[in-house]
Design a protein around this ligand. Structure first.
Ligand code: CMX
Ligand code: CO
Length: 146
């Protein structure tokens, strides 16, 4: 079951400048920053609100760290803007299996490491109404956790 919007991923050329804009214009602070080499991004998480499943909704700012990464390709084709939406779940592998069985292409063989110790997987945008869709199980969420 998908229980929240975990984050909206936004592709940008300059993470620090974009985070500065969100601080000045929207009043959102960077709660966490990391590099995810596997995904080819430097990313910042800006917490927007708590959710009634006990977790939270973020903006995820994404700056590519190499040219052959999905976010670099996206920026080259489309420029800056909304890149993906991520839904939170207590069981990312189970949700991906269920959604995959409905005929949607799951882009990862098994969940991979995401922000802040989460487990993530992606669904093909062409099977999701043109929206690149991510499933996220937060660190500690699910069996034994919230
Ligand atoms: N949203 C919607 N459509 C997208 C898209 C996006 N973010 N990225 C690509 N597409 C579309 C393109 O417009 C293109 O459509 P057309 O054929 O109609 O022109 C098609 O998908 C293929 O485009 P492409 O440039 O060949 O795209 P890629 O080779 O990058 O493959 C995808 C697309 C989704 C398979 C790839 O980006 C992917 O595997 N993404 C998952 C991983 C990821 O995005 N990681 C970064 C975020 C990390 C995080 O959130 O933590
Ligand atoms: Co994401």
């Amino acid at each position: 079951m998908l229980t929240r919007i975990d984050h909206v991923g936004i592709a940008c050329f300059d993470l620090d400048a974009t985070a500065g804009m969100y601080r000045r214009v929207h009043g959102f602070e960077v709660a966490h920053e990391e590099v995810n080499e596997e995904q080819g991004v430097r990313e910042a998480m800006l917490r927007v609100n708590g959710t009634d499943d006990g977790h939270a909704t973020y903006l995820q700012l994404l700056e590519p760290v190499r040219e052959d990464s999905p976010v670099a390709r996206f920026l080259a084709r489309h420029g800056e803007g909304v890149h993906h939406i991520a839904f939170g779940t207590g069981d990312v592998a189970g949700a991906a299996a269920e959604i995959g069985a409905a005929g949607v292409r799951v882009l990862d063989e098994a969940p991979r490491p995401g922000s802040m110790g989460s487990s993530i997987t992606f669904l093909h945008p062409k099977d999701c109404g043109g929206v690149l869709t991510e499933l996220v199980q937060a660190a500690g969420e699910g069996a034994g956790g919230a």
